[in-house]
Design a protein around this ligand. Structure first.
Ligand code: NAP
Ligand code: GDD
Length: 330
């Protein structure tokens, strides 16, 4: 069988690294598309550099020429667009940059695919944030979307665009409406990783206090390594479609904190303080997904429980901080 080629944008991020591993395990040639940064930031994919099927190329969501060049040079079978300024709070601080990358960036890629390589299958990273503050949960593919941040508004624009291009031009384009998914590779400023990193540092005597914002927000939290399997599966179906990818369970930030601190043997009252600067101008209070369609059509289910996720992230950070901060210089 002919070897398939996939382009993965956002390769230096959490999902990019897990997706690249999954595709390489299926014998794909993977072109990881990264933007230029002034410091090294490839640590999540450094272990893949010796794989002959893995290659990095420069790309930017704001640079249309890079999209045409990647499509023309590599003629990919599949294109996964998972690049974004993905931090919801930060999108209130740099709204134009966030929105241009997600909304216009997606439009640029879709136009390039339509014009250069319409046979290429396309995956778009949509988000549960699009449901915003709609009080009627659980959310499925048909639920009303009332986005509550510049990030979510841009994601909804891109989501609608994907549907529009699918209907207008008959190209194979899909959106995965993914609920929060975490891992030891999660960015350090997202709440789960912030908690597991701090717990590890506190346990090792390297930190005393963890500052957090709203502890009552609820999220449907799954494991990123499980979620990239759903991305791949969407592009293997007979027909393109959009899918909610979630666990079907929701927990508060407080419950995540309690699970981690209890597992670490730490006292929340002693170490955790509230910082109002971490509140958001418009909070999304409650996210709960209904993944029935993915279960039926993709045969996909999240395999990792909330408790296991919290514990595996804490254990990984304990190991990481021990190696990088405690035993530094030894
Ligand atoms: P992440 O760790 O923040 O990674 C984002 C990636 O996008 C990084 O590689 C980043 O590069 C890249 N990027 C940012 N701006 C770019 C630009 N202008 N041009 C090119 N690349 C750019 O995010 P993630 O957690 O892996 O999530 C992957 C995607 O899924 C994102 O689109 C996110 O919005 C979406 N999503 C995530 C979740 C979740 O819970 N994780 C849920 C739903 C949807 P640098 O390393 O240079 O910053
Ligand atoms: N980041 C952060 N830092 N969040 C905090 C903190 C804190 O110190 N304290 C409380 N929170 C609360 C936030 O107010 C929010 O309600 C919740 O923790 C989760 O915040 P994040 O971990 O930053 O994730 P998110 O839900 O806003 O967004 C993530 O999930 C989306 C899918 O629903 C990101 O990965 C998005 O890119 C993704 O689309």
């Amino acid at each position: 069988m002919k070897q398939k080629t996939a382009i993965v944008t956002g390769i230096t991020g959490q999902d990019g690294s897990y997706l690249a591993e999954l595709l390489l395990s299926k014998n794909y040639k993977v072109i990881g598309a990264k933007r230029r940064t002034s410091s090294f930031n490839t640590e999540r994919v450094d272990h893949l550099f010796n794989d002959e099927n893995f290659k990095l190329e420069f790309f930017d969501l704001n640079d249309v020429g890079s999209m045409y060049r990647l499509l023309q040079n590599h003629r990919p079978d599949e294109f996964y667009n998972i690049a974004a300024q993905s931090h919801v709070r930060v999108s209130f601080d740099i709204p134009e940059n966030t929105v241009d990358g997600i909304a216009m960036g997606t439009l640029r890629i879709l136009e390039a695919i339509r014009n250069v390589l319409p046979t290429c299958r396309f995956y778009q990273a949509s988000s549960s944030e699009m449901f915003g503050d709609n009080p009627n949960y659980p959310y499925d593919e048909e639920s009303r979307m009332t986005p509550a941040s510049p990030y979510a508004c841009a994601t909804l624009f891109a989501h609608n665009l994907v549907r529009n291009y699918r209907e207008s031009y008959g190209i194979f384009v899909c959106s995965g409406i993914l609920f929060n998914h975490e891992s030891p590779r999660r960015g350090e400023t997202f709440v789960t990783r912030k908690i597991t990193l701090a717990a590890a540092r506190i346990k090792l005597g390297l930190q005393d206090t963890l500052y957090l914002g709203n502890l009552e927000a609820k999220r449907d939290w799954g494991y990123a390594a499980d979620y990239v399997e759903a991305m791949w599966s969407m592009l293997q179906q007979e027909k393109p479609d959009d899918y909610v990818i979630a666990t079907g369970q929701t927990n508060s930030v407080r419950e995540f904190l309690e699970t981690v601190f209890e597992h670490a043997g730490l006292d929340i009252k002693e170490h955790v303080k509230f910082d109002e600067r971490l509140l958001r101008p418009h909070e999304v209070p409650y996210l709960l997904g209904d993944p029935s369609k993915a279960k039926e059509k993709l045969k996909w289910e999240c395999k990792t429980t909330f408790d296991d996720l919290a514990k595996l992230m804490y254990e990984a950070d304990l190991d990481y901080i021990t190696k990088t901060e405690l035993n530094k210089g030894e």
